[in-house]
Design a protein around this ligand. Structure first.
Ligand code: SAH
Length: 360
């Protein structure tokens, strides 16, 4: 039995079944668990992310930071933050793009990296050695003294969710308990959860709720309202969710969420409506969710691609094109991934978002 599985079984024996949120949290945080292993994104890791597909992704976010910095009247000192920087690729690309405007680079007082995985922190420190990096364990630790420019790509999807199943006229929370053989098995809470009934009670329904994600969106919004700047959240998800979207990925293959606890990456679709409501209640103006493909198109991805292909010369341009196609393709990441932006009340819309795309 793997180390994490043994700890989970022991935990359940002592304290009873886990809800799915607690299960996700423990798979990440336990000794030998996912954060300690730090596999994460990339070809050698468990899953592919946009910055690992194309350098243009991080570059365009950097250019959007420059544009918004100009729209804010070129503040003389700012901070940049990334939530869950993975292999540090996005920040490396973003920083390079910031270099096209020395005035912005000179204004950056620090690059704040919110990361819990010691293994990934080491990798980020190495790759971003030339940047004024500071590590943080939580969004609450981000300094509030200067305007903050935040990017969070595929961060919210990793935060824990609760799942509820509509069965015989009641919502039951999904639990992880011990199966007949002593291994892990899904179970249902014996008591109903006090949630409003589904719109269509005849369809089989699963609801996912994430206090962790909503709380984080609210804290992020408070920070932005307080210190100024903006936050860009990109993730896969929908404006509203219905169904079981929990997934486990190990070395680029889907596995059963209970099969490789602590070894597989656990995530689920992001409920952008819930994030937007939480951020708006905390006082931020919210834009989006906007399809990733549309945002990148507006930020000039085609132009940047053409330039890179021309510079790359014959042969090597093809891989650049393929990466960008995957970012834009509605069947790949173009539609499934969405962007949400938070700004303080009265601030100009963030780059790539139109005034009428303000979340109602
Ligand atoms: N943004 C990167 C990596 C996405 S993977 C990219 O696009 O490639 C998710 C990242 O969030 C990893 O770096 C992971 O270690 C980190 N992470 C996950 N849960 C976290 C938490 N609760 N607090 C801080 N970092 C977390």
């Amino acid at each position: 039995m793997s180390r994490v599985r043994a700890q989970l079984v022991d935990w359940i024996r002592r304290h009873g079944p886990l809800d799915v949120a607690r299960f996700m949290g423990l798979c990440a945080a336990l000794r030998g668990g996912y954060l300690e292993r730090g596999a994460g994104p990339g070809a050698q890791g468990d899953f592919v992310t946009a910055p690992e597909l194309s350098q243009i992704f991080g570059e365009l976010i950097g250019l959007s930071f420059i544009a918004h910095w100009k729209a804010l009247g070129r503040p003389r000192a700012v901070r940049i933050a990334e939530l869950g920087p993975g292999r540090g690729t996005l920040m490396a690309d973003l920083w390079r793009a910031l270099g096209t405007c020395q005035e912005v680079r000179a204004a950056v007082r620090s690059v704040e990296l919110v990361e819990l995985s010691p293994a990934l922190r080491a990798l980020q420190a190495e790759r971003l050695a030339a940047l004024p990096v500071r590590f943080r364990s939580a969004v609450e630790q981000l300094p509030q003294d200067l305007p903050l420019f935040v990017i969070a790509n595929e961060f919210f999807d990793a935060l824990p969710i609760h799942q509820y199943l509509w069965i015989e006229g009641a919502w039951r929370e999904r639990l992880v308990a011990l199966g007949p053989e002593g291994g892990l098995a899904f179970a249902l809470a014996p008591w109903p959860a006090p949630l409003p009934p589904p719109q269509d009670p005849s369809a089989p329904v699963v609801r996912e709720l994430s206090p962790a994600r909503e709380a984080l969106a609210a804290v992020l919004a408070e920070r932005i309202v307080q210190s100024g700047g903006f936050a860009l959240v990109i993730d896969y998800g929908e404006p509203e969710l219905m169904g079981d979207t929990l997934q486990a990925v190990h070395r680029h293959r889907r596995v059963d969420p209970l099969d490789r606890p602590g070894e597989a990456d656990l995530s689920s679709l992001v409920d952008f409506g819930a994030l937007a409501r939480a951020a708006a209640s905390a006082g931020a103006e919210v834009y989006g969710p906007l399809a990733q493909g549309r945002l990148l198109a507006r930020l000039g991805i085609r132009l940047r691609l053409a330039r890179l292909v021309a510079e790359a010369g014959p042969g090597s341009g093809e891989a650049l094109v393929r990466g960008v196609e995957r970012l834009l393709d509605p069947q790949a990441m173009g539609e499934r991934f969405k962007a949400l932006a938070l700004v303080p009340p009265g601030a100009p819309p963030p780059p790539g978002f139109a005034a009428e795309e303000r979340w109602r």
